[in-house]
Design a protein around this ligand. Structure first.
Ligand code: C2E
Ligand code: CA
Ligand code: CA
Ligand code: CA
Length: 276
């Protein structure tokens, strides 16, 4: 048993070494990616549930390696959040998305919004608001064209501070959405005190709405409460017509998902805007 324990220890130490060298090399690769601009943004339409009108898009990052392969954000965002590289990455994302939003102003309806995912670290930076103001000024983009998506857990970290920052952003005219709603630990009661415009119901609930009565009740309650508080609701990850029809019955305002469109290039969005 002793020998086995020792082997286990050696095995474990080796695993740890592999893990940390993996982490290191990911860090180095991300650094190269930033320097060599290997990132790009794709955009996924958000459409009205009632009549499929595209009212905005969400910007989603992609990491394109020199060998032609693409790494999805789930494989590097949380590592970048841990090692701090999320800050320069986010800076690039915001600049790129705002530049793109500006160029869509000529062909999009006036209430068209570009939603950008904010990282946890970025949300905690004291100069966040002034940086955003400067960026909007640089590209001469009205604040109302931008929506910022933050998660429940980012809010729950420090509710008071979050409310302060969100209020400032909103008073500039920037829209605020709570992302992945239902997956965190916040209670529905918080909805009443958060200065937000939009709530995005997580895909995991949307996936279950035809199978599970409980999920259906949950989703319809979230929609009802949101509307009472003047908050718009987006259902995320809608893949089927059945889900769309149920969501329409529940008076969900907007849907985002493969059923309408996968995330696509900026040029593809421009064409959709011109064709409408
Ligand atoms: P998210 O913010 O919840 O974004 C929605 C994700 O669901 C996207 O994955 C989108 O492609 C995917 N999706 C949309 N509709 C459907 C559907 O009908 N079916 C399925 N199976 N999936 C659907 P993606 O692009 O891989 O992004 C994953 C996550 O990475 C995002 O989740 C977000 O948390 C993070 N992320 C993406 N871009 C950025 C970014 O620029 N900055 C930061 N900080 N995080 C980002
Ligand atoms: Ca999002
Ligand atoms: Ca989401
Ligand atoms: Ca998600």
């Amino acid at each position: 048993a002793k020998a086995k324990g020792r082997n286990n220890y050696q095995f474990f130490a080796k695993e740890l070494a592999v893990l940390s060298s993996h982490r290191l090399s990911l860090r180095n690769k991300l650094k190269t990616a930033i320097e060599e601009q290997q990132f790009s943004l794709v955009y996924q339409p958000k459409v009205t549930t009632k009549d499929s009108r595209m009212v905005g898009v969400e910007a989603l990052i992609r990491w394109n390696l020199p060998d032609g392969s693409t790494i999805p954000p789930d494989e590097f965002i949380s590592a970048a959040e841990d090692n701090g590289l999320i800050l320069p990455i986010s800076e690039w994302v915001f600049e790129e998305a705002i530049k793109q939003a500006r160029s869509w102003m000529t062909c999009a309806p006036s209430d068209f919004t570009v939603a950008i995912n904010m990282s946890a670290r970025q949300f905690q930076k004291p100069d966040l608001v002034e940086n955003l103001v400067a960026l909007l000024a640089k590209f001469q983009l009205p604040a109302r064209c931008i929506e910022i998506e933050i998660t429940e857990s980012m809010v729950m970290e420090d509710v008071e501070a979050a409310i302060r920052v969100l209020s400032q952003l909103r008073s500039l005219g920037i829209k605020i959405a709570i992302d992945d709603f239902g997956t965190g630990y916040s209670s529905l009661g918080y909805l009443k005190s958060l200065p937000i415009d939009c709530l995005k119901i997580d895909k995991s609930f949307v996936d279950e709405i035809h199978g599970s009565k409980a999920d259906r009740a949950l989703v319809s309650t979230i929609i009802y409460l949101s509307h009472v508080m003047g908050v718009q609701v987006v259902a995320e990850g809608v893949e089927t017509q059945e889900a769309l029809m149920l969501l329409d019955e529940m008076t969900c305002d907007l849907i985002q998902g493969y059923y309408f469109s996968k995330p696509v290039s900026a040029d593809a969005i421009t064409e959709m805007l011109r064709d409408r």
